[in-house]
Design a protein around this ligand. Structure first.
Ligand code: GDP
Length: 197
């Protein structure tokens, strides 16, 4: 599995303006600073396809990239709670929930979590939101180079235990490090295996 071509297509904040064709797409999302831009650059073997942190304006957009002229990689903004947060649906920014509820081309989301941290409420709630809306997702653990192998196993086990409190099954998950280039094949293979009809 290799990324032969990766090109920016468009940015916007309105799901209605996203590309209209039926190309399958995969969306990457997580809290800011989780390592999403670095992961996207690592997956695509590009140095700066996605802009790494420190550019507040650009990050509040839905960014489409076309990969191998076959699938869209969608770089979504880091999520945070919306101000009014009663139901799980209303907890997240409106244009993000619009994207997930309306984008029929979406094959799978990837929710990024920093492997060093204990399961965080906002990440669990976002996964809960996706589950309630029937949106398939995988979990991408980032920054695995920051832990020793046995600590990686322990952290992943703890995460799975937490998920099993509310889920019957563990979603697909991937252990990655952008700086050590770990997990590229796992994620790309998953995408390639799911994007054919
Ligand atoms: P984003 O805000 O989610 O797009 O995160 P960035 O990709 O900009 O990364 C946030 C910070 O984490 C930066 O300082 C990166 O250098 C660092 N970082 C990202 N990925 C990794 C990784 O795999 N390993 C390590 N050690 N640091 C990382």
């Amino acid at each position: 599995t290799k990324v032969k071509s990766a090109e920016f297509v468009m940015s916007n904040s309105d799901v209605a303006k996203c590309p209209k064709n039926r190309i399958p797409e995969y969306a990457f999302i997580g809290r800011s600073n989780v390592g999403k831009s670095s992961l996207i650059n690592m997956l695509t073997d590009r140095k700066s396809l996605a802009k790494t942190s420190g550019r507040p304006g650009k990050t509040q957009l839905i960014n489409h990239f076309i990969i191998n002229e076959e699938w869209y990689l969608v770089d979504l903004p880091g999520y945070g709670y919306a101000r009014v947060s009663k139901t799980s649906k209303k907890k997240f920014q409106k244009f993000i929930t619009n994207y997930f509820e309306q984008r029929q081309q979406l094959v799978s989301a990837f929710v990024l979590v920093d492997i060093r941290h204990k399961p965080q409420p906002i990440d669990l709630e976002f996964m809960q939101y996706l589950g309630e809306n029937g949106i398939p997702f995988g979990i991408v653990f980032t920054k695995a180079d920051k832990l020793k192998p046995n600590a990686i196993d322990n952290h992943v086990d703890d995460y799975c235990k937490e998920l099993l409190k509310t889920w019957e099954e563990i979603p697909p998950y991937f252990i990655t490090s952008s700086s050590k280039k770990i997990g590229q094949d796992d994620v790309l293979d998953f995408i390639n295996n799911t994007n054919e009809e």
